[in-house]
Design a protein around this ligand. Structure first.
Ligand SMILES: NC(=O)C1=CN([C@@H]2O[C@H](COP(=O)(O)OP(=O)(O)OC[C@H]3O[C@@H](n4cnc5c(N)ncnc54)[C@H](O)[C@@H]3O)[C@@H](O)[C@H]2O)C=CC1
Ligand SMILES: O=C(O)CCCC(=O)C(=O)O
Length: 382
């Protein structure tokens, strides 16, 4: 049961043809909820509450289906990502929210990260991670950048092996970079840069950037074949006529970290292979105050999963103090990719209001509020 719908939607063009017939009908979206482990189970209910509380003027309705994945699921069933979860997402859902999972740091026979697997199984090839300060929370250095991380390959193909070498064990992993995946991720990075520029052009008074920019991140000075292919392909993708207004530059990943920390306000869109994108986004989260603020969307041509950038945070699990904002912003990001920009904008504004007022902040942000209090404050502002 995919969405019944009268709205315009980037990923659901077949539905847009119904627009003229059913202008007044509400669009109903079916959302899969995958809390996972740890604080994933604390923040996903907050995400659901946001969707349930959107103003009726948006003409949007939601139905939900609870789905399993994670380490606890693995312990109970022997698999971290049940087929039922994947099938339900594919056959029934328009989008999904994923919390976090507790993947062990040592090898456990039969366990494999379910979120890494899910991204591949649904071909969610782009991991879009906006990192942003708000007006009241910028320390004079407004940050507004997006990390666009390739989501299906690189070292995350997880083809590893351990062999006996002459001096003990030797472990190896394949780093796979394809022209196809590098091209499509760079193309989406260019499109995001253009879209951001259009939004800025609509309100020039508040904009501090004149031109869209994409920074290609790589380590092709050392890895000339793998990262070399990524760099070369990204250059080619971004040289397309449609991106002629986008300034394209590149940065070797280690100095990228340096420059990002020295001058974060310089960056607009950063496109990176999977592992560098993962690391850069957690680093960028520190620049805006907390991992608990940074959302992501796993995006393919036909589906989007909103997911906070953080993990299952076992150090704060069960205390009721996990920051729900990364998840709430992930809800907005998922809606954006499902064509519901207006709803997304209202959620972003409510979150910005909460952060700027700084009355209800969780301890990671220096406050004393609980998850519930932050959620209630955001709901009040919606
Ligand atoms: N996508 C996913 O499901 C991810 C899962 N993980 C898993 O999470 C587990 C824990 O990993 P860590 O390295 O500790 O990373 P983590 O992201 O869970 O936590 C890092 C630090 O950030 C804090 N933090 C994270 N989210 C927060 C929030 N919403 N509010 C307040 N504070 C927050 C934590 O308390 C901790 O001090 C591991 O098993 C790892 O495999 C890690 C990253 C992503
Ligand atoms: O722990 C896991 O299972 C997944 C960790 C991967 C990751 O950090 C990310 O992709 O954001």
């Amino acid at each position: 049961m995919k969405s019944s719908d009268d709205g315009d939607c980037r990923f659901q063009e077949s539905n847009s043809s119904k627009k003229s017939i059913k202008m007044a009908a509400a669009r109903t979206l079916r959302i899969g909820l995958i809390p996972g482990d740890g604080i994933g189970r604390e923040v996903i209910p907050a995400g659901r509450r946001i969707l349930e509380s959107l103003p009726s003027s948006l003409n949007l309705k939601f139905s939900f289906v609870d789905l399993d994945a994670g380490y606890e699921t693995f312990q109970k069933t022997g698999t971290a990502l049940p087929d039922k979860t994947v099938d339900t997402l594919k056959k029934e859902c328009d989008g999904a929210l994923f919390g976090a999972v507790s993947s062990p740091s040592t090898k456990v026979a039969g366990y494999s990260s379910p979120i890494v697997a899910l991204r591949k199984k649904l071909d969610l090839y782009a991991n879009v991670r906006p990192v942003k300060t708000t007006a009241g929370n910028s320390n004079g250095k407004p940050i507004d950048l997006v990390i666009v991380r390739e989501n299906t390959e690189d070292l995350y193909v997880k083809e590893e092996r351990t062999i006996e070498g002459p001096n003990g064990k030797v472990a190896e992993a394949i780093k796979r970079i394809s022209e196809h995946a590098s091209f499509r991720i760079s193309n989406i990075a260019g499109e995001i840069a253009l879209r951001r520029q259009n939004i800025r052009s609509a309100s020039p008074a508040t904009s501090t950037r004149d031109q869209a920019m994409v920074t290609i991140t790589h380590k092709s000075n050392v890895l000339s074949q793998t990262d070399g292919l990524f760099r070369e392909t990204a250059r080619r993708a971004l040289a397309a006529e449609k991106f002629s207004s986008v300034f394209v530059e590149e940065q070797i990943v280690d100095s990228m970290v340096y420059k990002l920390f020295r001058q974060p306000e310089f960056y607009d869109v950063i496109v990176a292979p999977n592992l560098y994108g993962d690391i850069l986004s957690d680093g960028a989260a520190a620049l805006v105050g907390s991992l608990g603020l940074v959302p992501s969307a796993n995006v393919g041509d036909a589906f989007a999963i909103g997911e906070p950038c953080h993990g299952s945070a076992p150090d704060i699990e069960g205390q009721g103090i996990s920051n729900p904002i990364a998840t709430i912003r992930s809800v907005a990001l998922m809606l954006e990719f499902l064509g519901e920009e207006k709803a997304a904008a209202q959620i972003y504004a409510a979150v910005d209001g909460n952060l700027d007022a700084a009355q209800f902040l969780t301890p990671d942000m220096g406050g004393k509020a609980t998850t519930q209090q932050v959620l209630d404050d955001v709901l009040k502002r919606l």
